[in-house]
Ligand binder design. Structure first.
Ligand SMILES: C[S@@+](CC[C@H](N)C(=O)[O-])C[C@H]1O[C@@H](n2cnc3c(N)ncnc32)[C@H](O)[C@@H]1O
Length: 258
């Protein structure tokens, strides 16, 4: 069973309301135009931002979560385009704002995957676009040591257990309702390592970095302008052309010598 399939019907009921409101308040001033909610889950954030922007696309790897999200959006008369997508694969559209909030990149199994998901999200920004993402703090993950809780759900009691793995910055959650079980792992990646991914890119500007009780929230902007992007495209194409011509000439030259 996919990690969130068991949680889909109860995901929003177990959400920390204060955290959600704090996050929404923090990101609201940055919302504009066409928005993608990456790893949208049951669509809580996608639905909350939809009235303030031009369009919302929302994707997730788990189709059960997306089914729940679709029903909730229809129930609220909101037009949101939901689709299945693994964040480790490239996206084929660009947005003014990409959201990867409330524990999305934390699901990457290692830093190489984290980097892939992060770069795909950056590549999905239009010129001037903003990526809003969060990363769980390691000191928060550590609070899951020997964690156990039972939550009442419509489908019976849900037993939620958590264990810390190897480095103490990784937690494995297991969920059980009757004989159905699922598990998922979340990792905290150090801020230093994450910031290194975009620190040297002169086209990336950090608009805001906010520390919450359990996570760090970043808003980073792709400052490249449309004209510059065009130039890079043509300049890149021109060099490829020159290199190709050089290679062909070289081959012809070798043939003549032979
Ligand atoms: C904690 S939930 C967050 C949901 C949502 N962002 C919100 O605001 O409520 C994490 C979501 O990330 C999704 N997810 C995990 N791995 C993913 C992947 N590789 N690609 C896309 N989504 C993924 C899960 O299915 C889950 O719905």
């Amino acid at each position: 069973m996919k990690p969130y399939t068991l949680l889909a019907p109860i995901y929003e009921a177990s959400m920390d309301d204060a955290l959600f409101k704090q996050l929404l308040y923090t990101i609201k001033p940055y919302l504009k135009g066409d928005v993608l909610d990456l790893g949208c889950g049951s669509g809580l954030m996608a639905r909350a931002v939809a009235p303030d922007v031009d369009s919302v696309d929302a994707c997730d790897i788990d189709s059960t979560m997306l089914e729940t999200a679709k029903k909730k959006a229809e129930g609220e008369n909101l037009t949101i385009n939901f689709f299945v997508h693994d964040m480790h694969d490239a996206l084929d559209k660009q947005y003014n704002v990409v959201l990867a909030t409330l524990d999305v990149f934390n699901h990457s199994p290692d830093f190489d995957h984290f980097k892939k998901a992060f770069m795909n999200a950056l590549d999905a920004l239009k010129p001037g676009g903003i990526l809003i993402f969060d990363i769980l703090r390691c000191d928060f993950i550590k609070t899951y040591k020997n964690f156990e809780e039972t939550i009442d759900t419509n489908e019976g009691p849900l037993l939620w257990k958590a264990n810390l793995l190897d480095d103490d910055c990784t937690v494995k959650h297991t969920f059980e309702i009757g004989d159905r079980q699922s598990s998922l792992t979340e990792r905290s990646y150090s801020e230093k390592k994450v910031v290194k991914l975009f620190k040297k890119d002169k086209n990336i500007q950090v608009l805001k970095r906010e520390i919450f009780e359990d996570r760090m929230v970043f808003m980073i902007k792709n400052t490249i302008k449309m004209q510059e992007k065009f130039c890079i495209f043509f300049y890149g194409g021109f060099w490829t052309y020159l290199e190709l011509m050089h290679a062909i000439q070289f081959d012809l030259h070798s043939l003549v010598i032979l």
